[in-house]
Design a protein around this ligand. Structure first.
Ligand code: NAP
Length: 314
């Protein structure tokens, strides 16, 4: 592939497309925004706009090399399969799909088409994650605690899809924690038991309590809750033979014995740099390990029905 900027279309013009994808594309000389796709008129001035991905791909008048899919996971497979079949590289928002099997099918489609498929995990690009991984690499892991507690009304106002089957409920943010944990911990881990709190009027959990164990027997406890008001928590605490490693602020701040480091937020800049490198190398990156752990929770957890959730922001 040439060194010309990758001409990318953004499909699904919701919160993450506006908050992160458009600014990251604008800030990366390796990309140029070639088109937007939305069922509405949510567009960018001066950029070709289409009401469907099919309409974009059918238009020979606009050249697009890649598509960033920012829709909810339940509808992502059809968009991705269509783009891959038409020879476009695909950037999948997290989670990469609604099921593991559909993501495996997409990997096959990408390989058959000879294009790049990137299953993005933005939290892995938080500033403290790679330093934490390096610090933990040679340590004995004794215990891990993951606390991801946030107010769903603040972070997901009016997002009906998130409560539907495949929307993941509290695992929508929880999978970000798992994407970090699967990156920084030196050994694989798996679920032993879990409880999910299901609002009586919803199809997805509002809270979950999960007990994992790594392959050396270290316990990994995870506390997810969307009913948090006041201070929010996005913390991973790893107790080791050399002291405690604490990643807080969703991976932004790392504290280890000897000091605290807080880096600037470059998660989406990092994702686009990675996607560009993959496209130029003719490679794909599809790590489903965070989604596999969530799928296991849905397989293995005990369900408890809790009070209905009404989204008062709507
Ligand atoms: P959102 O605000 O609800 O936006 C999703 C957009 O997808 C909608 O605005 C809509 O765009 C499109 N869409 C919705 N239903 C669709 C359907 N049935 N068919 C086709 N398009 C549909 O959600 P979001 O917060 O941006 O989240 C989207 C994805 O990004 C999720 O997987 C989420 O986990 C991930 N993400 C979100 C955040 C965040 O902070 N919000 C952070 C990181 C990752 P149009 O109306 O333009 O078609």
């Amino acid at each position: 592939m040439s060194d010309a900027p990758i001409r990318i279309a953004v499909a699904g013009m919701g919160k993450i497309a506006h908050d992160q994808h458009l600014p990251a594309i604008a800030g990366d000389p390796g990309f140029t925004l070639a088109a937007t796709v939305s069922r509405s008129d949510a567009r960018v001035a001066g950029v070709p706009h289409y009401r469907s991905l099919q309409a974009l791909l059918d238009d020979d008048g606009v050249a697009v090399d890649a598509v960033a899919l920012c829709t909810p996971p339940q509808v992502r497979y059809d968009f991705a399969a269509m783009a891959l079949a038409r020879g476009r590289h695909v950037f999948l928002e997290k989670p990469p799909g609604a099921t593991l099997a559909e993501v495996a099918a997409l990997e096959r489609h990408a390989a058959d088409a000879g294009v790049t498929l990137f299953a993005s995990w933005h939290s892995r690009f938080a500033a403290g994650v790679e330093p934490a991984r390096a610090w933990l690499a040679d340590r004995r892991i004794d215990r891990v605690s993951v606390v991801w507690r946030e107010d769903v009304r603040v972070w997901h106002p009016g997002q009906a899809w998130i409560w539907e089957p495949g929307g993941l409920g509290v695992f929508d943010p929880g999978i970000n924690a798992l994407s970090i944990a699967t990156r920084i911990l030196p050994r694989p881990f798996f679920l032993q038991s879990a409880t999910m709190a299901m609002p009586a009027n919803r199809a997805a959990p509002i809270a979950a309590d999960l007990h994992f164990r790594d392959t050396a027997g270290a316990p990994i406890e995870m506390d997810l809750d969307w009913r948090q008001t006041g201070p929010q928590s996005w913390d991973i605490i790893v107790e080791t033979d050399a002291g405690t490693c604490r990643l807080s602020g969703g991976g932004a701040t790392l504290t280890v014995p000897g000091g605290t480091e807080r880096g600037e937020d470059r998660e989406y800049a990092g994702l686009y740099a990675r996607f560009g490198a993959l496209v130029r190398a003719g490679a794909s990156d599809v790590d489903t390990s965070p989604l596999r752990l969530v799928a296991d929770a849905f397989l293995r957890a005990r369900r408890e029905i809790v009070e209905p959730f009404e989204d008062q922001s709507r």
